[in-house]
Design a protein around this ligand. Sequence first.
Ligand code: 4AD
Ligand code: MG
Length: 466
Amino acid sequence: MKEDFATYRVKDLLKLTDFGKEINLKGWVRTKRGNKQVAFIAVNDGSIIHSIQVVADLGQFDEELMKLVTTGSCISVNGVLVESPGQGQPVEVQARAIEVYGTADAGTYPLQKKGHTLEFLREIAHLRPRTNTFGAVLRIRHAMAFGIHKYYNDRGFVYLHSPIITGSDAEGAGAMFQVTTLDVEKPPRTETGEVDYSKDFFGKHTGLTVSGQLEGELAAMALGLVYTFGPTFRAENSNTPRHLAEFWMIEPEMAFYDITDNMDLAEDMLKYLVQYALDTCYDDLEFLNKMYDNELLDRLKFIIENPFERLSYTEAIDILMASGQKFEFPVSWGLDLQSEHERYLVEKHFLRPVILTDYPRDIKAFYMKQNDDGKTVRAMDVLFPKIGEIIGGSQREESYEKLLARIEEMHIPEKDMWWYLDTRKFGTAPHSGFGLGFERLILFVTGMANIRDVIPFPRTPQNAEF
Ligand code: 4AD
Ligand code: MG
């Protein structure tokens, strides 16, 4: 096939108006329809949700070649751009030559027909990017990652690469996956019979990080404004539509921010990102709005236009206790809120995002700034419709004495925390930060219902096939 036509991506072709132009396009066949004279081939190349229609006059093509052009096959087309007589598409391509890069056997290609369930698609995660739904989700996911970097870069934050393998388990955010090169069948043992991790690769017990916050704090005490954006791991057996064992987290950490500055940043960032999605991914959002959740676009616009409700944990408990609502899990001061409680506040009571602050100290991490009441800490959780908690954060305890006391009280080994305590010993400063669960953001923005459907290859208990 002649290779001298310039190759265009479908996204750009659909915008062209110079009809008669000779072009090349490459992509995967979504459908082929037609009759004895002509074939209409919908080709998608992933650049945009829409496919482009390629029209092949069968009199001009080899019959055997055309048999290979089936749903799922990959083709390269030379042709002429023409105005489309059909509805729903501005342009189409009159094929002059077609090359088949790869066939897809009609008997065995799993995406032969449309309308597969999301559950089925999870079992073929290696092929599901080829569906409209996952194309849309993955493009939106990309745009959100890019938007996050843009947001922080534009505001003078430094992107900090926190480590993935860590020797500290102090955060207490969740159970760690162990990282080891020891022979698990026959590990070296100490005289007392315990596994001897001094013989392990790093000379100590290590695991996959549950959060980059502690390292973020170290850097914030030098660079002022930093954020991390990387994978985090939690070995919890939580099989819910909102938990992954491997998820991505964005953790900004800001010197000189108090809890109010922290809330302002979280709210501003979330609104910015939703606006960014509307600005850059409208076609994909429109598709998801039509196919899965016809309140999606309205919900996204609502978030941008309305202030988040801010109240304390204690006030929230009062509202929940007075609600008369029957909850599966108990509500009382001192207990952590469950997703059903968070969603009641957001979806039934306030009808908007909610930021809860000042949680009981006993249900929150050791590093949160202690309030004068001796009972609560300066924590903040941002709760979103359909998601529940999307952000968790706090002002940090900057006092060396108070932090050390809390570490001792919680029996966290001080020998693991000396480097963290040094931040409070040398030039400590008031500071705050939070963690945004990237997949929870993508859940919200796409309107998808299950977190397994917003990450290319979900890691959940009993599932790491692809
Ligand atoms: O509330 P978390 O555990 O907070 C931290 O890890 C702090 N170190 C953050 C900080 O202050 N820098 O987690 C933060 C967010 C949650 O609000 C949630 O959106 C998400 O991370 N998250 C998960 N997302 C998917 N799967 C899981 N298993 C998650 N656990 C937390
Ligand atoms: Mg949390």
